[in-house]
Design a protein around this ligand. Structure first.
Ligand SMILES: C[S@@+](CC[C@H](N)C(=O)[O-])C[C@H]1O[C@@H](n2cnc3c(N)ncnc32)[C@H](O)[C@@H]1O
Length: 699
């Protein structure tokens, strides 16, 4: 997947994947932070993978299990209200004046929900379902999520905004709105030199908005009745504006007049936007002459030439009457949106998708904090008095997974119509604002505001999220010591304060998870601020309670397969190496009686292990055990009175057998499933001298 590749991720980065499920990009991000790390070590960074849909979160947890990462937290929030965990009461600043104790990220991936028209190739039913309203319907949410991402981004950090749509309303319009709102503290990066092998096309700087069969060139063309649905930010510029910083010939013939704001300009003429001296009746807008010759596209992203007085080339005339097109002239965005990337299916046989790479240059200025907060409140008051109410449009309504009570004023505000001079309305950005902090300048509200009515309702009294098991540090010393001693886990490997469970009752803990230092820091911050993070899953499952038929002398917690790669280099007891032949037999027959092992030494050593969980490592190159080799293959087993059984699922065992075959060759191994079915599942089979027997642990 391409978007994560533009994030320029390092192993020590704190990364937020805002809309992460089903997790293919999260997986990639985890791979990147882990890739240069030695076995038994963890990167300093972490990934927080968030999704509003709890079922999709579960899918993500399942998908990312294969990464065996202790550096992952999965959360379940509406991304636009993702908490920054700032405790308004007791925040502090470090020596550089940066806020401490606040959740901010080096990298943010903002792979937002979109209309998905770029996935047509693999989802052909989109041909039937698609309509222009789909893009218009998600634009607001996309901006809100992206703005939240910018707020949560550290100064100097990078955010990638991506969709799998080609609709400019979901793409360039969102990026332009981010730049407009951030007033110079965020820049759109030109990454044409990064990933040169990727064929990409430049972002658009001009487009029209389609609504109910009409092509709309400016917000002024939007019928009053549609202004709750079609927003100013959907247009290249919701005023006739261009950047005074842009001194190139593109705009040199335009008469710039900083003092005049015409055309119901809805936002302040700041650093990035000045108005042109125009008259609505006589003005011929600057238009773009986009060279669409595919041969000249590709890596060259500086394709946009603007010729004064040229007519807009509207490449999407289907359904638009010529009148529509003649009467409305599309505006040109003042931002360098050509730095965005459009990836088209036929350039390199992929899906179509859009990527913009943003860089946070500075914290927003204090005055912009007030301006944004005040203008939103002003706007909301206007809306309260002018709102036509819900249900007045035919666009898809974007709702969160959390049911919003009908009487919630925020919802009415969100769906109501902004007046022509209103900025883009934001839901619930008005509750208890603390206007003194820079962090909220980009915000739909600062942390206190983000704890919306809905989330407060879901956060029960004692810092516990409804429907989610609490996260608790596992500090039961007796159990930790018994685990350490049973498996001979080296003191070098820290267990204290790295183990968590999802059960407050230490006596009934079933699973214990290992968390990296970075995850632990976030968790401690989360406790400090009253558990604002709704954590669905975290860390790496390392130990599981295991009942056995004979409990004498054994440890009540077995090792988990997921956690084994991390613990392997530190395990000193209950570990043996087996020859390829015996290892294969174990995988094939799952339980083998000691006399049936081929290697006499292994037979002897296995029978003298303490009953209970143990680890069998595949012996290679005559080395006895080489646990700290990243290519070491090991499985969790159970030593019974008379036999050894693997604690690996049938499917995983089969996959491992296939990998062994690919790596070492030899006959393709078949599991008992593929053997003579007439023997029956309970029958003892003799294949290559190995016998299937009953395991001694309770499954
Ligand atoms: C394009 S998909 C993300 C794909 C994902 N990044 C991947 O690579 O597998 C968009 C995701 O956004 C989630 N979503 C929709 N609205 C959301 C919101 N308000 N906050 C967070 N996630 C949201 C959807 O559940 C969906 O999983």
């Amino acid at each position: 997947m391409v978007p994560p590749l533009f994030l320029d991720v390092l192993p020590d980065h704190y990364i937020l994947d805002m809309c992460a499920a089903p997790g293919s990009k999260t997986f990639q991000l985890l791979e990147i932070i882990h890739q240069s790390i030695k076995p038994g070590f963890l990167p300093d960074g972490l990934v927080i993978a968030n999704d509003v849909d709890v079922q999709r979160c579960n899918l993500l947890i399942h998908q990312t299990k294969r990464m065996c990462s202790a550096n992952l937290i999965v959360t379940n929030h509406e991304a636009q209200y993702f908490p920054s965990c700032l405790s308004a009461k007791d925040f502090t600043r470090d020596e550089h004046g940066e806020l401490k104790d606040i959740l901010q990220f080096d990298r943010v991936l903002c792979d937002v929900p979109c209309s998905g028209d770029g996935t047509l190739r693999k989802a052909p039913d989109i041909w039937r379902k698609w309509n222009a309203g789909m893009g218009n319907g998600v634009h607001r949410l996309q901006v809100e999520i992206a703005m939240r991402g910018i707020t949560l981004l550290k100064v100097g950090g990078r955010m990638v905004y991506s969709t799998c749509s080609m609709n400019p309303v979901e793409n360039e319009a969102v990026v332009a709105e981010i730049l407009r709102r951030s007033k110079g503290s965020v820049e759109l990066l030109d990454v044409s030199y990064e990933l040169p092998e990727l064929v990409r096309r430049p972002g658009l700087r001009t487009w029209k908005v389609r609504d109910r069969g009409l092509w709309l060139a400016t917000y002024e063309d939007v019928p009053i009745s549609r202004r709750g649905v079609i927003l100013p930010s959907m247009f290249p510029c919701d005023e006739i504006c261009t950047s005074k910083l842009q001194s190139d010939s593109l705009y040199e013939n335009a008469t710039l007049n900083n003092s005049e704001v015409k055309n119901n300009c809805s936002f302040e003429s700041g650093d990035h936007c000045v108005t042109m001296d125009i008259d609505n009746t006589t003005f011929k807008p600057l238009t773009m002459d986009i060279d669409n010759d595919p041969k000249k596209l590709g890596n060259d992203v500086t394709l946009v030439h603007i010729s004064k007085d040229a007519e807009i080339e509207d490449d999407c005339k289907v359904g638009a009457s010529q009148n529509d097109l003649d009467e409305t002239k599309a505006k040109v965005s003042s931002f360098s949106l050509e730095h965005c990337m459009r990836i088209l299916p036929y350039d390199q046989n992929s899906g179509a998708f859009f990527i913009a790479v943003l860089h946070k240059i500075s914290s927003p200025h204090d005055d912009s904090v007030k301006a944004v907060g005040q203008s939103n409140r002003r706007m909301q008051r206007t809306q309260r008095s002018t709102s036509p109410g819900l249900g007045s449009d035919d666009q898809p309504v974007v709702r969160s997974s959390i049911d919003i009570p009908q009487d919630d004023p925020g919802v009415v505000e969100a769906a109501s119509a902004p007046g022509p001079t209103d900025k883009f309305p934001s839901v619930k950005d008005d509750q208890g604002a603390v206007e003194t902090e820079n962090i909220e300048a980009f915000d739909n509200g600062e942390d206190g505001n983000l704890e919306t009515k809905q989330t407060k309702e879901n956060l029960l009294k004692h810092g516990k999220w409804r429907g989610v098991d609490p996260v608790v540090f596992f500090r039961d010393e007796n159990t930790i010591n018994s685990i350490r001693s049973f498996y001979g886990i080296s003191d070098v490997f820290p267990l204290d304060s790295h183990l968590v469970t999802r059960n407050c009752d230490a006596n009934h803990v079933k699973r214990i998870y290992y968390i990296s230092e970075s995850v632990r820091d976030i968790l401690e911050l989360n406790f400090k601020v009253g558990q604002k993070l709704k954590i669905t899953s975290l860390g790496l499952k390392v130990f599981e309670r295991q009942a056995s038929k004979d409990n004498s002398g054994t440890c009540t917690f077995r090792l988990s397969s997921e956690g084994l790669p991390l613990l392997l280099p530190y395990i000193g007891k209950q570990i043996l190496s087996a020859s390829l032949e015996d290892f294969r037999h174990l995988l094939q027959y799952r339980t083998i009686k000691f006399p049936d092992f081929v290697d006499a030494d292994f037979r002897e050593n296995a029978s003298t292990l303490i009953s209970g969980c143990c680890v069998i490592v595949l012996k290679e190159k005559n080395k006895e055990i080489f646990q700290d080799d990243s290519s070491a293959i090991a499985i969790v087993c159970w030593k019974g009175k008379t036999n050894l059984s693997i604690m690996v699922s049938q499917l995983d065992a089969q996959e491992l057998l296939e990998r062994l075959q690919a790596r070492f060759g030899g006959q393709r191994a078949s599991g008992p499933d593929e053997s003579d079915a007439s023997l029956g599942a309970s029958a003892e089979m003799e294949v290559s001298g190995a016998q299937v027997a009953e395991p001694d642990f309770v499954e």
